[in-house]
Write a protein that binds this ligand. Structure first.
Ligand code: ADP
Ligand code: MG
Length: 699
């Protein structure tokens, strides 16, 4: 093993100084061990040949043919010039086509010689051809094995003879000589439990498989290992945090909580809310700092959970802060919480960018003297001028809008870190949560308050606009309200405003005053105008709200029953789901209408179909993960955590869970990984950590 880890790649037979350099620069292959970890990205079945007459059943797949060239001709002139060869087996004839490198190929295409041809056939009318196939004289076809491993290459590698085949020669040589050189590192009980093959066998079979079963076994073993070490690392980090971060102990539930819960709570908590409040209560009591992520679908009642958590703090003599991503949302939280707490002797204050200087001074003073119990606001809360007397708990709503760095600034407001509750309505697939928030605790509200009816989601093209107007009229006649949302995407801002304003005019013509009243809200309006228009809608004075995505998060108008999303193909899945969550809050039947242009990309189609077919935020999150991949969802800041080579968080969900479970069990029995049976684990973990940058704490 030491030999593999420490020996530079140059020393492998057939590499040498020049190729060694290119391998290092282009593929990060420095030592022998790195080459073993340069895994094939697919495998070609070399054991079967397809008959030309059977091609129609292989459309879109790569296949192999065996036959001879019966004619070669050059067709076209200039840029359209191409080389075309007729290739024949016992069952038929097909054209092979080259657009570049024709001269070089032409010399190879000797009629009468038996060739192996590999490529992806496409249909042109009733004819078939293969563009740029791989073609090898049959007598040069090496050992005719079951599967051939295919490796990524680059131009520079190819120039040194290291196209996929060249790399394969190297890995073949190395991998066929490793038995006895790679010791086992997993404890036997784990190997037995998951029926894993030995480590050395996995490294051999992943490069030299006999069949797809071998590939699967080898991949499973290597993926499991990758995920296990990732989870071990995250859990070790989490345990270290717990040891370090002493926090405030909220010893009692407190009189505020007790009184509110007994006399003023507006409805019975759902079971999920009760469970989550208990989890939070337990965290707050025991003297270590809470770092909890609260996930709950839109409308699941997170605000009330936040409020109850803040009451624990106030009852123990601490202030709380609630931070929201937008001014509108902060205002709405302020209003909701102020109303709910009116019967209690609790002072709630609002701080946003538009609070005037004079009012600010008074507010800051009251805050420092501890007269304000709850401060609600936007990013403005993070300003250094905002000082608390004793901040005990911070609730962050819709955390994905806050950067990691911004959150870190919260820590500096105190000598001891306040408890942190991060709430998000963008469900994060379990596998991602376990990985990216591996050092946070996660609570989930997986139940909606009673009486909600599922939202009926429909997709319409522009040409059906009249039908949509009709539905709007019917709903308004029933006393309901309607949102119409336009995308606003930075790069095309002017265009987007034009669309919004044109849309507004069209709606105004169809729904004329004074019979109908319309609100409009967009990012270029002054904060107070926005608030006024919003209020009009919340109060029920206007029927239709035309808006950009500023209403995306948190706005609560139970009487609204229709959400129309314009150019919906331009929104991401989680955004669409958020927007849809604005309706269906009253008990009435409600609708989400997705308008799109005629032409939809594959991905756009998939997003729309997903929205139409399910209301389940977690299912939507899974599809989102499939489409976009983990990096895109979590943002690049955190992608450094990921060191996965073969495992894929989107498709290997079960393995992620198994690895998480295994890591937990290992650390439970052996928190510092010191036991003899875990020796292999310890050595490998150390080796991996040494080569990793030290990514900072998530919150
Ligand atoms: P979100 O989780 O999206 O922030 P909110 O906290 O805004 O959801 O709650 C959505 C709506 O559900 C609000 O109108 C709230 O008053 C109501 N609600 C919350 N909890 C319950 C409950 N246990 N029973 C009935 N309605 C509830
Ligand atoms: Mg909310």
């Amino acid at each position: 093993m030491e030999y593999l880890i420490n020996t530079p790649i140059e020393y492998l037979k057939g590499v040498g100084a020049e190729r060694g350099n290119v391998l290092r620069m282009e593929a990060g292959i420095d030592k022998m061990w790195d080459l073993l970890n340069y895994f094939p990205f697919r495998y070609v079945n070399r054991s079967t040949y397809v008959k030309i007459s059977d091609l129609p059943s292989y459309e879109g797949q790569s296949i192999q043919l065996k036959g001879t060239i019966i004619g070669v001709r050059e067709i076209g002139t200039g840029r359209a010039k191409r080389l075309q060869a007729s290739f024949q087996d016992q069952s038929g004839v097909i054209d092979l086509v080259w657009f570049k490198g024709a001269k070089w190929i032409k010399n190879k295409l000797v009629p009468g010689v038996l060739f192996r041809v590999y490529g992806k056939p496409t249909r042109f009318g009733s004819n078939w051809n293969i563009a740029h196939p791989e073609i090898t004289p049959f007598e040069q076809v090496a050992h005719e094995k079951g599967l051939q491993a295919i490796y990524n290459s680059t131009d520079k590698l190819t120039k040194k003879g290291l196209h996929s085949n060249g790399i394969e020669k190297l890995t073949y040589q190395l991998a066929s000589n490793i038995l006895g050189k790679i010791p086992e590192i997993l404890p036997q009980e784990i190997i037995d439990q998951y029926k894993l093959i030995p480590r050395e066998e996995a490294y051999q079979l992943i490069h030299i498989p006999r069949n797809f079963e071998d590939v699967e076994k080898a991949q499973m073993r290597i993926k499991f290992e990758e995920l296990l070490f990732l989870q071990l690392e995250l859990l070790l980090r989490k345990n270290a945090n717990i040891e370090k971060s002493a926090g405030f102990a909220f010893g009692k539930t407190g009189e505020y909580f007790d009184e509110f819960y007994k006399n003023y709570i507006p409805f019975e908590l759902t079971n999920a809310q009760k469970r989550v409040v208990k989890e939070i209560r337990k965290d707050l009591r025991d003297g270590t700092q809470m770092n909890r992520l609260l996930q709950g679908d839109v409308g699941s009642g997170k605000t009330l959970v936040a409020l109850l958590s803040m009451l624990f703090g106030i009852g123990n003599g601490y202030q709380s802060a609630l931070m929201a991503p937008t001014e509108i949302l902060a205002q709405q939280h302020y209003k909701t919480i102020e109303e709910l707490l009116a019967p209690l002797d609790i002072k709630v204050a609002l701080l946003t960018g538009s609070v005037k200087k004079k009012a600010r001074v008074g507010l800051f003073k009251a805050l420092e003297e501890g007269e304000i119990h709850i401060l609600i606001g936007t990013h403005a809360l993070l300003e250094p001028t905002v000082k608390f007397k004793n901040l005990g708990l911070v609730v962050i709503d819709e955390q994905h809008r806050f950067g990691v760095a911004q959150r870190a600034r919260l820590w500096r407001k105190n000598t001891k870190p306040p408890h942190i509750l991060i709430m998000t309505a963008t469900p994060i697939p379990r596998t991602l949560a376990m990985t990216f928030y591996g050092d946070l605790d996660v609570s989930v509200i997986d139940e909606l308050p009673p009486g909600r009816k599922p939202i009926n989601t429909m997709h319409f093209f522009e040409k059906s606009r009249l039908k949509v107007f009709q539905l709007m009229k019917e709903e308004i006649a029933l006393g309901r309200q309607i949102y119409v949302v336009y995308p606003l995407i930075q790069e095309s801002e002017t265009m987007d405003y034009k669309n919004l304003l044109e849309g507004y005019e069209a709606i105004s013509r169809t729904f004329p005053r004074p019979e109908f009243q319309i609100s409009i809200v967009h990012g270029q309006m002054k904060a107070e105008d926005k608030a006024f228009e919003m209020d009009q809608f919340v109060e029920g004075n206007t029927h239709i709200m035309v808006a950009t995505t500023v209403i995306e998060v948190g706005v609560n108008v139970p009487n609204a029953s229709v959400m129309i999303i314009e150019s919906s193909e331009r929104f991401g899945l989680s955004q669409l789901h958020q927007l849809r969550g604005r309706v269906g809050r009253g008990a009435e039947k409600s609708y989400c209408i997705l308008m799109t242009g005629e032409k939809l990309s594959q991905e756009g189609k998939k997003r729309i179909q997903t929205m139409v077919s399910t209301n389940d935020g977690f299912k939507i999150a899974e599809v989102d993960l499939e489409i976009r991949g983990p990096g895109d969802i979590m943002g690049t800041q955190q992608s450094g955590i990921m060191n996965l080579n073969l495992a894929n968080l989107a498709t290997d969900g079960q393995l992620v869970g198994a690895a998480r479970e295994t890591a937990r069990e290992i650390l439970k029995e052996d928190p510092k990984i010191l036991l003899g049976k875990n020796r292999g684990l310890r050595i490998e973990l150390k080796r991996q950590l040494k080569s990793k940058p030290n990514w900072s704490k998530i919150s």
